[in-house]
Design a protein around this ligand. Sequence first.
Ligand code: SF4
Ligand code: SF4
Length: 354
Amino acid sequence: MLFRVIDKNEVPSLVRGFAAHYEVVGPVERNGGFAFDEVGSDPSRLRVDYDTTLLPPKKYLFPPKAELFTYDTVNNEVKDIDIPVVPRVLFGLHSCDINAINRLDAVFMASDFPDPYYRAQREATMIVGIDCTPNDHCFCNLWGTDEVTQGYDLFLHDLGDRYLVSILSVTAAEILAVATSARPASPKDSIDFQEKARAFKNSFSSGPAVYELPILMDAFYNDGLWDELGDRCLSCTACSMVCPTCYCFNMVDKLDAGGRSGARLRLWDSCCSPSFALVAGGHNFRPTAASRVRNRFYHKFLGYLSKYGNTLCTGCGRCERACKAHISPRVVIQGLQHKAVQSDAAAQGEGGRS
Ligand code: SF4
Ligand code: SF4
């Protein structure tokens, strides 16, 4: 990995350097919060000091709605839609969101059946990461996603009045060199970076340990915890809609009134939706909110982990903010650990009596 240092006041110049070749998307202020949006060549809209956004940057790689092809049932013809691929820079992503994109890459690009739509967008996208300041909803530190070592082109580490820039791509390095007066990192830059990294780790509030999570998920599969959470869940699907790692989708046909032509659409879907596991004939494999909440966390904490070696949660906290029923990964983890403590105490009590 190559490192350079730039002054903070060179960020606008770096944005303009990218904007000469790419559409630049980054965090901007909107409705009292922040959202990813095109900033064009006007870096003054960028708010690199944002805490989080309502929706993750996933929408630029995997849009909420995409028309894939049209068909004509009379002439028996199918026509692929050329989905526009815009060379784009996602500027100012935090570690959790880059780690989330790495999780999506594993599913959509590194699998036996790569997704051509996702791949086309991803290959045309550069990523510039930036350090963040955790808020009360952040728990990326539990999963180790408070750091990222791959999946970006540049990463800007905050050193106060300057950034230490980690460089992972030649194209981005060339733009950095032309647009800024990037200089080699000095020994003081390295020391400041280590001190900042230590302070960042210490800035998180402590959270539950997660190393036993997979076994707890199995041990308490039939526990009443899921009924308690299911009773609270509104099946609104907000948690999945804001999640940077959720990737379920539905295929829907939009037919004209006479059924002679139509289009096939891909839409974001959610395993918390009551109709998600509904199949032909009317059978629903997950008819209760409890079964759907359990499935959501099983996939995140166990299913994806078994296949790809990581949990499908990066601790971004978006679902925790969005859920009106106060259901979140941390609530589930704490609930399972509470059950484990109760179970241990009960076992010890029985051992004492025998
Ligand atoms: S867990 Fe919360 S956000 Fe998700 S579907 Fe249930 S109520 Fe909605
Ligand atoms: S499950 Fe919640 S905290 Fe985890 S990545 Fe998704 S939105 Fe973020």
